[in-house]
Design a protein around this ligand. Structure first.
Ligand code: DLZ
Ligand code: SF4
Length: 509
């Protein structure tokens, strides 16, 4: 009997293990646009459009290579609405014996497939440096994990930025301290690479516009690569124009500059349009050729070879329990303004507004603005995770969940990262130009016009003193707190209480 290979919307790679296994002469591929995948969280319309358009382009490319592709469009009258349902239909239609598939990125779908009773043959996803098994072995017996040690192992194992004698290039593993410059005034980011929608993409945009108009986020600004060739253009654009300054300004934020020196390749990479090994090799070559400084090359490689692989390992090691963690016992609902951007806090308005417009924000906006606020305000981690999963073009559970639940919310109790990334308005002021145009005063902590981040920061530290006081990396912060007068501490606590009460009342901040 012929065999059927499933290719999911985030598996658009010719190198996929399940494809290599099959024979285009006899076997067939199934791809399906389904309402269940598009709505398990209210994905940003641009994210749905990206995936559908990239799927259609990939199906076309597979056909050109001689494959038979069964492709279910969202508006096909027989579409059953789920991946499992479409596999059943495909199996029948083809009279196929086995379904070959590559490990899913999300536990949820993998579980649904395992529960389906379908005749499945699984293949490992080889699009990563580190296998699930290798990671489990590395993590075994460790009570806490540290990205830095994992990253060093990966550098050694894969020989990335290493000297012949086994020492790291430049004499240090990590140049993070050189990745934190604020943007000098009037610095212009390079012009973004643009991608015109072809007929196939325009049709998808129409479909998504009709079917998912209830999801938050605009479709109008869609400007994203949907093929391997376009993703390659975006990548080359980054190498040529943005990578040299990426290291210095990796943590900077600026009004009206959504991309700055970031590559914005994460969505293309996560759906299979780019290959992570190639990206790291290109960046290393650019360094050896003297085209980019070491803090840029190392900083970029750390994100891919370090963080990205590290969080994937944690996800597969600890799902499904990991998703339920809530170490601070948060109970507050996600404020409505996360979905609308309607807040007087300029930093939040900028980060959320840009997210609704582009389905994109860079890592410091996600970590230190919207994430930091959710941490300080004690929002239920699962609601924060669902928000990130919905609104970002590149968000898939395996990468989004550990980043949000572990790194942003510290809800795993410090398993993934050694300290919560809590910060007051001073951090945002230092790293951005947001505070100058804000209705609040960043220099004030109490009183009606004081920056909410300030009192909430101290409120957070006071609220969780028992849990956090012993954390070495917060020692100085707590000494500062304890040096404050009793009245000052009281005033901060009250202002924090008042802000949280407003959130609970559904008021805008
Ligand atoms: C995110 C997404 C969306 C919006 N739509 C589809 C789809 O219609 N068909 C599909 O195969 N995949 C889609 N995806 C990506 C899947 O949700 C993703 O492959 C799994 O969550 C990873 O396990
Ligand atoms: Fe954000 Fe506070 Fe600065 Fe306003 S003053 S932009 S709320 S950090």
């Amino acid at each position: 009997a012929p065999r059927l290979a499933l290719v999911l919307g985030d598996q658009l790679s010719f190198e996929l293990a399940s494809l290599r296994e099959l024979n285009p002469e006899r076997d067939a591929i199934l791809m399906a646009e389904v309402v269940e995948e598009a709505t398990y969280v209210p994905h940003h319309p641009q994210k749905i459009a990206l995936i559908f358009s990239a799927m259609r382009h990939f199906a076309e490319a597979l056909r050109q290579r001689g494959w038979r592709v069964l492709y279910s469009r969202l508006d096909d009258p027989h579409n059953s609405g789920s991946i499992v349902g479409e596999l059943r239909r495909g199996l029948e239609q083809l009279g196929a014996g086995e379904i070959h598939l590559t490990e899913c990125g999300e536990w949820r779908l993998q579980q649904a497939l395992c529960d389906s009773g379908l005749p499945l043959v699984w293949h490992a996803d080889r699009r990563f440096f580190c296998s699930r098994e290798w990671f489990a072995g590395w993590a075994h017996g460790k009570r806490q994990l540290r990205m830095e040690f994992f990253y060093r192992e990966m550098r050694r194992k894969h020989g990335v930025l290493m000297n012949a004698d086994g020492t790291p290039v430049g004499g240090a593993w990590n140049f993070d301290a050189e990745n934190r410059k604020a943007l000098p005034r009037h610095t212009k980011a390079p012009a973004a690479a643009g991608f015109a929608a072809d007929a196939m993409t325009r049709e998808v945009l129409r479909l998504v516009g009709e079917r998912f108009s209830a999801h938050y986020g605009s479709l109008a600004g869609f400007d994203y690569p949907v093929t391997h060739a376009e993703a390659e253009q975006l990548w080359q654009h980054f190498l040529d124009f943005a990578l040299p300054a990426f290291g210095d300004y990796q943590d900077a934020m600026a009004s009206g500059e959504p991309y700055l020196f970031h590559a914005r390749i994460s969505a293309a990479l996560n759906i299979g349009l780019l290959d992570v090994r190639r990206l790291c090799a290109d960046v290393e070559s650019a360094y050896w050729a003297g085209r980019v400084p070491l803090n840029a090359a190392e900083g970029f490689i750390r994100q891919l070879l370090g963080w990205r692989e590290y969080v994937r390992g944690i996800y597969w090691l600890h799902m499904p329990d990991y998703a339920t963690r809530n170490a601070f016992g948060n109970t507050r609902a996600l404020p409505e303004f996360y979905w609308t951007g309607q807040t007087r806090m300029n930093c939040m308005r900028q980060a959320i507004g840009q997210t609704l417009e582009l389905a994109y924000a860079h890592h410091i906006q996600r970590l230190m603005v919207t994430g930091n606020f959710a941490l300080l305000a004690g929002i239920v981690p699962q609601q924060v995770c669902d928000w990130y999963l919905a609104v970002y073009m590149d968000a898939f559970d395996w990468v989004e969940l550990p980043n949000t639940l572990g790194m942003v919310m510290h809800a795993d109790g410090g398993y993934l990262g050694s300290k919560p990334y809590c910060a007051s308005g001073q951090y945002i002021k230092r790293m951005s130009d947001y505070c100058g145009d804000c209705a609040y005063k960043v220099s004030e902590s109490t009183g009606e016009s004081a920056c909410p981040f300030n009192a909430l920061y101290w409120h957070f530290l006071m609220r969780h003193r028992d849990q956090l006081r012993g954390n070495q990396r917060l020692g100085m912060v707590y000494r500062n707190l304890e040096r404050m007068t009793e009245e000052r501490q009281q005033a901060l606590w009250q202002r924090g209480d008042q802000l949280l009460a407003r959130l609970d009342a559904g008021e805008m901040l």
